[in-house]
Ligand binder design. Structure first.
Ligand SMILES: NC(=O)c1ccc[n+]([C@@H]2O[C@H](COP(=O)([O-])OP(=O)(O)OC[C@H]3O[C@@H](n4cnc5c(N)ncnc54)[C@H](OP(=O)(O)O)[C@@H]3O)[C@@H](O)[C@H]2O)c1
Length: 323
């Protein structure tokens, strides 16, 4: 149940998913502490301050994931915390520890420690499908689900540092929850897209821009299905408000292949030079409509892929990110 006036913190509130979550929380009557990395940078703050309800019920806090004191200040006085802040770099990573692993893993532990110290009642951690795949040893005849975990050694060998950062951060969160008795619940979103609120694009929207520009990069290791920004934000709120929600929650409109997604973009937008891919880009990934059954059972009705693509592309056009 939405609790009018309840104070919650959203780390990474300035980001593409974070902004949608802040918007929906404000719409539901919550008071929100949203964190940004630089309060003086208007590209992180202005779009949040412009949200309906922000003037009365939004407070912005500057945090660094490696600075415990800054995080404790942001979560103090909050009943709940949504931990989204984490670097998202899927291109070349020169210093994995510094760029990805430390902020993801130590940052998550800092947020959970601060939440425990501040007496927060529930923390929703934003993990990823990157903590579910790549998982090459998963049985070929079983649909991948919340029971499936990314293969850590495989990621190290292939230099998949983002996947490693999300997997180790989620594992650290579960260990912390068990050891310290903190109520933690996790959302594992697929590739998140839709209308963009901030003035900057996140990695998944940049992926869509590259597809529209005719790039043939493959994101198989990073793709398990798409999901609308709004649905990811709703999923966070549902698992926060529903005390019976527990464990991990795969959050995709359907489990699909990267090639399926590219083909759908090509079909809807023939005016762009989208390069179609082979039919089965991820032969080891079994497709299913109800991969996110746990969230559907909580009442989430997912926006389908076609509408996600249309709303995302129209937003890219209207905001001038593509012509
Ligand atoms: N996009 C997807 O498809 C997808 C899929 C699955 C999971 N996720 C997860 O969803 C979360 C949000 O991602 P997003 O797509 O919204 O990305 P985004 O737009 O790049 O947002 C990332 C957020 O994290 C903050 N952040 C990054 N490093 C930080 C640090 N060292 N200290 C404090 N804050 C830091 C950023 O702050 P600034 O704005 O100040 O830089 C920003 O608010 C991440 O945990 C990501 O792994 C994303």
């Amino acid at each position: 149940m939405a609790r009018e006036g309840e104070v919650v913190c959203v780390t990474g509130g300035s980001g593409c998913i974070g902004s949608w979550l802040v918007r929906l929380l404000l719409d539901r009557g919550y008071s929100v502490h949203a964190t940004v990395q630089d309060l003086k940078d208007e590209s992180e703050t202005k779009h949040l301050e412009a949200l309906e309800g922000a003037e009365a019920r939004l407070r912005l806090f500057q945090i660094d994931l490696l600075n415990y004191a800054s995080i404790l200040t942001a979560v103090s006085g909050c009943a709940g915390v949504f931990h989204l802040a984490s670097p998202c770099i899927v291109d070349e990573v020169l210093e994995p520890e510094k760029q990805l692993l430390d902020p993801a893993i130590k940052g998550t532990l800092n947020v959970l420690t601060a939440a425990k110290e501040a007496g927060v009642s529930r923390v929703v951690v934003t993990s990823s499908i990157s903590a579910i795949i790549p998982s090459p040893n998963w049985p070929a005849d079983i649909v991948k689900s919340e029971d499936c975990w990314t293969d850590i050694e495989y990621c190290k060998q292939k230099g998949l540092w983002y996947s490693l950062s999300k997997t180790l951060a989620e594992k650290a969160a579960w260990d912390f929850a068990k050891e310290k008795g903190l109520d933690v619940v996790v959302v594992n979103p697929g590739t998140v897209m839709g209308p963009v609120i901030p003035p900057r694009l996140n990695a998944s929207m940049l992926m869509l821009v590259r597809i529209l520009q005719g790039c043939t990069e493959t994101y198989e290791n990073f793709f398990m299905g798409s999901v609308h920004f709004k649905d990811v934000a709703l999923a966070h709120i549902l698992v926060y408000e529903n005390k019976s929600a527990s464990g991990r929650h795969l959050c995709v409109e359907a489990i699909s292949h990267y090639g399926d997604f590219v083909a759908k973009v090509a079909e809807i937008y023939p005016e762009y030079e989208v390069k179609r891919l082979p039919k089965d880009t991820q032969p080891e990934l079994l497709r299913t409509k109800d991969g996110s059954k746990k969230l559907m059972d909580l009442g989430l009705q997912f926006i389908p892929m076609e509408q996600i693509i249309k709303e995302a592309v129209e937003s890219l056009k209207s905001r001038g990110f593509i012509s």
